[in-house]
Design a binder for this molecule. Sequence first.
Ligand code: COA
Ligand code: AMP
Length: 628
Amino acid sequence: MSYAQVYGQWQKDPEGFWLSAAEGLDWVKKPVKALDDSRAPLYEWFTDAQVNTCWNAVDRHVIAGRGKQPAIIHDSPVTGTKHVITYAELQDRVSRLAGALKAKGIVKGDRVIIYMPMVPEALEAMLACARLGAIHSVVFGGFAANELAVRIDDCTPKAIIAASCGIELNRVVHYKPLLDAAIDQADHKPDFCVIFQREQEVAKLTPGRDVAWHEFQYGVTPADCVPVEGNHPAYILYTSGTTGAPKGVVRPTAGHLVALNWTMAAIYNVGAGDVFWAASDVGWVVGHSYICYAPLIAGCTTIVYEGKPVGTPDAAAFWRVINEHKVKSFFTAPTALRAIKRDDPEGKLVPSLPTLQALYLAGERADPDTIHWAQNHLKVPVIDHWWQTETGYAIAANPLGIEHLPVKIGSPSVAMPGYDVQVLDEGGHPVSPGTLGAIAIKLPLPPGTLPTLWNAEDRFRRSYLNHFPGYYETGDAGYVDADGYLYIMARTDDVINVAGHRLSTGAMEEVLASHKDVAECAVIGVADDLKGQSPLGFLCLNKGSNRPHDEVVKECVKLMRDQIGPVADFKRAVVVDRLPKTRSGKILRGTMVKIADSQPWKMPATIDDPTILDEITTALKSLGFARG
Ligand code: COA
Ligand code: AMP
């Protein structure tokens, strides 16, 4: 069947389409109905079913005779180790960890925060939660204690599972002191913490609260899988919104299973026994969907890579992993390829890659230079696909497992079944092909996408549903061409994308504003050759502050690292007298971005005082921007 036929089949009978996709899973109680629209515009899927994620990702493969097949390969150049875990071993390890959690009182619906680097134990912790119907929330290691504290208070976990440390190129990341600081800072306190001690740094445990990973599991009875309702939350993953408070995206269990299983065959063209690698981090949605769940649900071998695209040891690291472990489908962010291209512009370090079938890119806009470089040197199709934490899998892609559509560089191709993507004008009316507008998806969203935000249904409605009634607002702007190919051009909100990491300029402004000398501030995302975008701060100091500007800037950079974390990558700020604003007081961030990036710009008609833009241009020039 062609892509058009499959998409048409879904359009004609969405209920039948998803019930048929559900056949690929093991159910405790099979769904009779797919969509539950009883609370529209809030929708849920497979609410009448009973299922367990861990069973589908682990146990059923052992029963099907895949016990000896590698489930996880941990390849860790930063520690110089490699380790294979088979499906049978994974079943044993996960059921024991789940047994230990159960013995300590973790039951279905309890929240468990996981704060771990790229080690197989992170996946095991996620799966152990899924086994019990506990709701995990994984927090990325590059966040500071404050961000962890915010998440602890929002999802009120009964337990936290953490590692003693992570390893970055230039340093050991001390997870345990960060965890201790976060628990001190949070109002909510977990009952207990399980600490996975790594030999690179053994952490000091807090008596009465912390227990070591192995000791915790000693002599426990392994736990069986607990059936949960189809709409039971599988996990909460926090992502950046417009304000400092992150949004807790809820992932529903059954839709997640059905949709991810469908994507493995249809988009990534892999099945049981194939090796799949997503070079991301378990702290991001790509890590949840395509390092942990989808490859395991599909019976593939997944790679947990604890390293970087460059520097561990060089720009050939990805190609070594692909060849050594016989990877068939590979997924990464464009920024990682840009880092490789920068070190190896002529592709001299790229060997022949006989097992590789395709390269998938997502997380940010894939620039044509990077795609060309990858096409020329990897000699496989390069598939850009577009998705968000909220959806959990691709909204638009080139579905290699169905049909390899012609690639149009600059476009993540076409809408996947389940998604009726429309480009709307400000009034919510669809615009004609080629016209730029807000990208929205006609409700209902397909299975597996967020049904709500954790503890924040009102915010869910305000953030996604209210602006364009009947649609989900993606927050991205772009257009569709005459062939139905989508082009994602920019965000319509205060979210920026730094090295494939989604960050909120609003959250950064809140941090800067907390500095005692800062009266007012703005953060914008300026173009960056390597990371796509990079944050840049503008600071107006309090009247009477005579502190040297470079001192205040240094303190602000440190404050951001302490409050949000190194992942914010906030390294540059400049002191200015005033910020450009509209007459109603809105800061003209968009105009500042255009000036910084040397893009053509028009004087906004609503500007209060046009002369401020001269001052901003001078400040930007002092930092090496606005040179065009
Ligand atoms: N734990 C702790 N710190 C982390 C971290 C983690 N898991 N991940 C990143 N950091 C730190 C880095 O060490 C760096 O700290 P520094 O300021 O002390 O150098 C900072 O956060 C910024 O990191 P990053 O933006 O990743 O920059 P980098 O220079 O270390 O690496 C790339 C650049 C391009 C190699 C890297 O960004 C990369 O591999 N990106 C791919 C991203 C990706 O896969 N995203 C997933 C979305 S699909
Ligand atoms: P995240 O929730 O971190 O996955 O970030 C989602 C956002 O990243 C999207 O809303 C887009 O702005 C951007 N994004 C993701 N994939 C792509 C892509 N293929 N092309 C352009 N932008 C993308």
